[in-house]
Every structure is written in C-alpha cells, then in structure tokens.
Design a protein around this ligand. Structure first.
Ligand code: ZN
Length: 299
C-alpha cells in the first residue's frame, strides 16, 4: 500500500507558528494531499478505514505530530499524566511529548526540568517568581532529541524549531508566560495545578537501549530515540537502496532533511507521510533524514 502524503494545518500563535503535520483533532485535521485517498481527512480515515492503521484500538487517533517554529519563547509549562487528567479534568488524557530539534541559533538553550529538591522548594521558588533559580536550562543543537514525560517542566526558547510528537491531548498548565499580553490581557496561568503535577526532584530521561535496526540496505538504518507507552520514535537515515521494514502497525514519517522518494512518493524536508499498516517494504531513493513515529501501544 502506498504512503499517504499529509497536508499540514497551520496555526498562528502569540510566540510563532505551529504546523500540525499529523493530527486528526477537530481543531486541526490533516488532509491527504494525493493518491487514492486524496482529500480525505485523517479523522475520516481513522473512523472509516481503520485497516490503514493496523490493529490499533481507541476512539481517537493516538498522536499529534507538529513542527513548532518559535519566534519567541514559549510559556513555561507542564502537562499532567493520564491518571491526574482523568481524575481532575473530566476523563481527559494527559500528555507525554518529545522534541527532535530541527534548527536553532548557536548557543541556544531550552528549558527541561528544574532544580528544586523538594515540592516545598519548588512551590516557594515558583510563587516568588525566581525562575532563573528554579528552571533547568540545557543546550540544544539541530538533531538533539528530548523526551518530555508528563510532570516535566519545559519550554522551547525563541529561534528554535522542533518536531514534536505527543499524545493526542491539549491539556497544558502554564506556570509563567513572561508577563506577555494577548488582546491587552495576560494569558491565564494554572500555577496551582502545575505545582501539583510537577515531578520532584527532576530526573533526566534515559536514552533507550538500541534494539535491532528495522531498516536494511545500503548505509541506512534506524536509531531508536524514544520507547514509551504512548509512542516509539526513531531517527531514520533514508538512503538510496534502503527498504523501510514491513509494518504491522502504521507509522508517521516526518522528513527533516533532504529529498527523495519513499514508496514512489516524492518528498522533501518538511513533508509528512502516513505509512499505512501492512505497507510491505518501501523502497527509498535520494538522501534524507526522517523521524519515524509509531503510536498507540497504550491502547
Ligand atoms: Zn508541552
């Protein structure tokens, strides 16, 4: 079965722009750009052609894949886990997310985690607005990967562009928004809830052990970046002659560098393919780096 090229949904934000490159949410539903399913919404395919997605269960398409192009700093935020979200937010889903850095200025940093040793210290520093003391900043370069579990404080800083793969959820608690105004008013903060869900102390995410490579062929292969209950993510070096492995479940392939073809479909950096379940082996031509995501293990 041939890959489906997805048309992104563009969202203008106070701090920059988001491209929702694989999403089936009502507020950002991607359209298939060509081929047999041209014009179909991803949500329609999920509802009416579940065979494209293998045996994945669940009411909702499990992932959102976005490119975040931050002109300014994003608010300092945290997401609850599924248990808290379901208890306190009427059965909503929590959010674990991850970032693959696409582009950033030299010596750029992002916020991942904090320095508080106890919840008391966390609350005190946050309520006193001592963000420089509280927030843990870490250097970022193109190609870096960050797993951001629920409960981890995070923020992307201005000038940085990342590919984000996340649980299909919109639940965000903002701790601090730099005092910015929108339509003459600051955006609401949810400091109390944020302070409840933040993991203390911060523990850096471990890189996953490398499993067997799925991709085969000349000079190509997959590097495992994240393996969690919500998604599995690999970096894929897509070279001439490579065949992407046959799949029981669907995959989302984001091209992050270069150009070529995958399964006969021409693609270039910035474009996104849905690789349906049971695609079989997909021939690759050209030279590209891709980020491959599988979702829905939880279901
Ligand atoms: Zn987030």
């Amino acid at each position: 079965m041939e890959p489906l090229l997805l048309e992104p949904v563009i969202k203008e934000r106070i701090w920059g722009r988001e491209y929702w490159t694989a999403s089936a949410r009502p507020d950002g539903d991607c359209t298939v750009a060509g081929g047999k399913w041209k014009g179909s919404l991803l949500s329609q395919l999920w509802e009416e052609h579940r065979e494209l997605f293998g045996d994945v269960q669940g009411e909702e398409f499990p992932l959102i894949v976005k490119v975040i192009d931050a002109r300014e700093d994003l608010s300092i935020q945290v997401h609850p886990d599924d248990a808290y979200a379901s208890r306190r937010e009427g059965g909503a889903r929590g959010k674990t997310e991850c970032w693959y850095a696409l582009d950033c200025p030299e010596n750029e940093e992002i916020v991942v985690g904090h320095h508080a040793r106890t919840r008391e210290e966390l609350c005190r520093l946050a309520r006193e607005g001592r963000w420089d003391r509280l927030l843990r900043r870490t250097p970022v370069q193109a190609g870096d990967f960050f797993q951001i579990p629920a409960g981890c404080i995070h923020a992307i800083c201005g000038g940085t562009k990342v590919l984000e793969i996340q649980e299909n959820s919109d639940l965000t608690y903002r701790l601090y928004d730099y005092g910015r105004q929108r339509d003459g008013r600051p955006r609401p903060l949810q400091l109390d809830k944020a302070l409840e869900v933040i993991t203390v102390p911060f523990v850096p995410a471990q890189a996953p052990a490398q499993a067997e490579e799925e991709g085969q062929g000349a000079g190509g292969g997959l590097r495992l970046l994240a393996d969690c209950p919500y998604y599995t993510v690999w970096e894929a070096q897509l070279r001439d002659g490579l065949q992407l492995g046959s799949q029981e479940a669907f995959r989302i392939l984001s091209i992050v560098r270069g150009e070529g073809t995958v399964g006969g479909i021409p693609v270039q950096a910035g474009q996104t393919l849905l690789l349906p379940a049971g695609s079989g082996r997909l021939d690759v031509s050209g030279g590209m780096t891709g980020v491959l995501a599988a979702g829905g293990k939880r279901h």
